[in-house]
Design a protein around this ligand. Structure first.
Ligand SMILES: *Cc1c(COP(=O)(O)O)cnc(C)c1O
Length: 410
């Protein structure tokens, strides 16, 4: 790591210090001396590296390796979805299953990196607004690092997230509102304690520069797992869009390292019909998104009405020749259940939305039958039992014959 750079005005910031956003409000991105790294780091040496995302440590911001807080995040399986692929007409369809990460979602990657940087930079108290999984991951990594975590999440957050945070020992506040409301409250509390001992550090996605560095390892991994060729299309469930921005950054870094060529996948942002600011902005041809009123979807990670990373997400989608597509809740839940029964992969609704999107885009001709398509399942279905239980109600005694379920043993 050499420095940080504002993604909007290109102003530079010194490494080794605590930063949030640029003065202009733009998110900061970490920069590395890739020319030097290219001479020192060879992709073939990875076989001997950690079996986690920290195998890419030379392209991550932590300088003192003793500060790394790892629970085994990353190196998730890339699975061939053969039956689902055959049904929807995608002959080379793969699922990157991020549900196997610690705390059951890819959020573990971002927070492993960000918390490691907190340890390195001496940050002690963390605060986060979260739609769910980021809170779980922050709580787990803060516990592993021995740091204090303050969580603000919508009161209707999935039960798993609430219980995990409490079990990991975080301070949890439920907010009768959306993640945007939680973000505002965290911002105010951080400001109020700034400069004091025990000041709160805002670890909101993109408001601190290191979560995206962890998330970008999804891009390194897919390249390594496909023997250093990228697929034709990547479908990603975009809430904040940070995973997509991170992967796009990873591809540029790997090209600078001489690990891959200039070919890029079509980057496809998938949202839910009930909250689709990126899709609307893509269709309207605007640089930024507008706040999505009345955001509502079972895919909690996609309930982000005005993502801070909208501009960078839209850039990746457009530069790659990709697209943005919204799926209704009912259709993404159907796709999730079908995927589970066909492949043995129990996806989060967010990941299921990507499977539904592949089906639609094959039908529309945007994706071709022989394209190599990678869909990211960003979390485990086990974290969304309320959403799935609507489809699988337990039957009451007496209804067993009708619905097939409960029997009374004799
Ligand atoms: C947070 C989250 C998302 C959205 O991630 P971004 O990278 O911020 O777009 C998608 N799926 C799940 C399961 C999530 O927890």
């Amino acid at each position: 790591m050499t420095h940080l750079e504002c993604s909007v005005c290109s102003k530079n910031f010194e490494a080794g210090r605590i930063w949030n956003l640029c003065d202009c409000g733009g998110p900061l991105l970490v920069r590395y001396d890739l020319a030097r790294l290219r001479t020192e780091w060879n992709r073939d040496s990875l076989v001997a590296s950690a079996n986690s995302m920290w195998r890419y440590a030379p392209a991550l911001p932590v300088r003192n390796q003793k500060c790394i807080i790892s629970l085994g995040e990353g190196m998730t399986p890339l699975l061939h979805a053969r039956r689902t692929g055959a049904r929807i007409g995608a002959n080379d369809f793969l699922i990157k299953d991020e549900g196997l990460n610690p705390t059951g979602s890819f959020k573990a990657r971002g927070l492993s990196c960000a918390i490691s940087m907190c340890v390195e930079l001496g940050v002690k108290v963390l605060a986060i607004p979260s739609a769910g999984n980021a809170a779980s991951a922050l709580s787990a990594y803060a516990a592993a690092a021995g740091l204090e975590a303050h969580i603000y999440m919508p009161a209707d957050v999935p039960q798993a997230n609430f219980i995990e945070c409490k079990a990991y020992g975080a301070h949890v506040t439920l907010v009768d509102g959306l993640i945007s409301d939680c973000g505002r409250i965290v911002g105010e509390r951080c400001k109020a304690t700034a400069g004091q001992p025990g000041a709160w550090f805002d670890i909101s996605t993109l408001k601190e520069p290191y979560r995206i560095e962890g998330k970008k390892t999804m891009g390194y991994e897919v390249a390594e797992q496909l023997a250093w060729t990228l697929p034709d299309a990547i479908l990603y469930p975009a809430g904040g869009g940070v995973g997509m921005i991170g992967m796009w950054k990873a591809f540029a870094e790997m090209e600078a390292l001489g690990w891959i060529g200039s070919k890029r996948p079509k980057m496809i942002a998938v949202q839910s019909e009930g909250c689709q600011p990126i899709v609307r902005a893509f269709e309207e041809g605007t640089e930024y998104s507008r706040f999505w009123d009345g955001a509502s979807t079972v895919a909690a990670g996609l309930r982000v009405p005005k993502p801070l990373g909208d501009r960078l997400t839209l850039q990746a989608v457009r530069e790659s020749g990709g697209t943005a597509i919204a799926i209704p809740d009912r259709e993404l839940m159907d796709a999730g259940i079908q995927l589970a029964s066909e492949e043995g992969i129990f996806a989060a609704p967010e990941g299921a939305a990507c499977v539904a999107a592949v089906e639609r885009l094959i039908r529309s001709g945007f994706l071709k039958a022989d394209d190599k398509i990678v869909a990211y399942n960003t979390g485990s279905g086990l974290k969304y039992l309320e959403a799935y239980s609507v489809r699988f109600p337990r039957t009451a005694a007496g209804e067993a014959d009708k619905l097939g379920g409960l029997i009374t043993p004799r």
